[in-house]
Unconditional design. Structure first.
Length: 453
């Protein structure tokens, strides 16, 4: 057991210590504010306070874990070997920064409580974040810090055991529109036809009626192929279906259509199926309950996972609504337009609500790349290279490599063939997982180290 001494035990201190040591390093931890208990302890121990007691492993504490509420602060970025970090500690500390305060800052999404400019969907933009500003968004810095902390502790306490989480690949599949043309009803079909004609898209008009007459497959219908390739390569996948009412942002097939319900049931036979909350339900527990109930009645199974339409996550309101609606896992933590680790981690974690100073019973599963972000890259090879680079960091630290792909973007209208990218990644990850990260990624990392030396 690891013992941590601190001058004041707060909910924030308890939260981050348990997450880092119990969840990430898989070791038992006890926190004490009694000096005599700390001195008497013969095993591994850490002092987390303003000044060391003796010559122990000491991390000088930043004030953020002993405060309540939110306050603006100036943050200076430094390097811990080759990893960016912040909240410097000084020479007496065994490590050069307060890993616990910095980890809490990122996991709690502290910066998202502060005033910021929202994007067109009301979301927190990546460019407002500390990680974007200082160029470490694509690094799971919390996980990298924790591995380095474990190494430092092993040098001081050789008999201490610190584990590592298993690296998993989890494929999230967004189904905001099951079909492009099928099952839309006469009014929506005619309206879509008129809009295509006005936009001078005769090819889409022809395609629509070829699909409706059964001469061509619907361009969004990849369900059979996905199930087959997932089964072939043993992929863990979670499908999120939209079952909200029709709106300007939510245009799926009506949830009570027999064919749509049959499709959902067929996917649920092979994979976990859960709810994509509709655009306006994200902070509305009543609507979330209604949509969750619809899905539960279709698949006749518990529905515990949720993911917001357009990644519209408002902290902490969205998480409170999700809990009230009966969910215990969320898959919205990430950015739609850029790859990277929004919370600085690739490890699942329970969310800490700063507004009430309490850990919420909601596990956050952060994704690191969405297909819409890949569209910013020049070609398919560069997209795969970016995915491999991110996967390499996850594999190095242990955690979940979660991707988000949508059937709506697997069309010829996109700048990249996202279906091809996805299928190449699935097959390459399974067959060549021992080669991740690829050689060019390893060489780039070594070049960075050499530059610093």
């Amino acid at each position: 057991m690891l013992l941590v001494y601190t001058h004041k035990i707060t909910p924030r201190v308890t939260y981050i210590m348990k997450h880092i040591f119990v969840n990430m390093l898989q070791t038992e931890v006890k926190i004490t504010d009694k000096v005599e208990d700390f001195i008497a302890h013969s095993g591994a121990k850490i002092t987390y306070t303003r000044h060391p007691l003796q010559n122990e492993f000491f991390v000088r504490s930043h004030d953020v874990l002993f405060e309540q509420g939110i306050s603006a602060m100036d943050i200076n970025i430094q390097m811990w070997d080759d990893v960016p970090c912040f909240f410097a500690t000084g020479d007496k500390s065994s490590i050069p920064f307060d890993i616990f305060a910095a980890g809490f800052y990122l996991l709690s999404r502290y910066e998202e409580y502060l005033p910021h400019v929202k994007d067109e969907y009301g979301r927190y933009p990546a460019r407002e974040s500390l990680a974007w500003e200082h160029g470490f968004l694509e690094l799971p810095v919390v996980d990298l810090w924790v591995r380095k902390l474990a190494s430092a502790l092993r040098k001081r306490f050789p008999d201490a055991g610190f584990g590592k989480q298993e690296t998993r690949f989890v494929s999230v599949v967004d189904i905001a529109a099951a079909y492009a043309y099928r099952k839309k009803g006469i009014i929506r079909t005619l309206a879509g036809t008129v809009m295509d004609m006005i936009a001078l898209k005769p090819g889409k008009v022809l395609e629509r009626y070829m699909v409706l007459l059964g001469f061509k497959k619907d361009p969004y219908d990849f369900f059979g192929e996905l199930i087959d390739v997932h089964r072939k390569y043993g992929v863990t996948a979670v499908f999120f279906f939209l079952l909200g009412d029709y709106s300007a942002y939510d245009k799926n097939i009506p949830y009570n259509k027999a064919s749509f319900r049959t499709l959902i049931k067929s996917v649920a036979d092979y994979h976990v199926v859960s709810l994509m909350s509709s655009y306006y339900a994200v902070n509305n527990a009543v609507e979330l309950k209604k949509e969750r109930r619809r899905l539960r009645e279709i698949i006749n199974r518990p529905v515990k996972r949720v993911r917001a339409r357009y990644n519209r996550s408002f902290i902490p309101e969205s998480y409170k609504a999700a809990i009230e609606a009966g969910f215990n896992e969320d898959y919205t933590m990430g950015y739609s337009d850029v790859p990277g680790f929004r919370a600085g981690t690739c490890s699942p974690f329970h969310f800490y609500d700063i507004s009430y100073e309490i850990q919420l019973p909601l596990k956050i599963n952060p994704f690191c790349i969405q297909d819409s972000a890949l569209l910013r890259l020049p070609d398919e090879d560069e997209a795969l290279k970016k995915m491999a680079e991110l996967y390499g960091y996850v594999e190095r630290t242990g955690g979940d490599f979660i991707t988000v792909f949508s059937n709506e973007r697997w069309t010829g209208e996109m700048s990249l063939d996202l279906k091809k990218i996805y299928f190449r990644w699935i097959s390459g990850w399974r067959e060549e997982t021992h080669q991740w990260p690829p050689q060019e990624i390893t060489e780039k990392t070594n070049d960075r180290k050499n530059e610093k030396q």
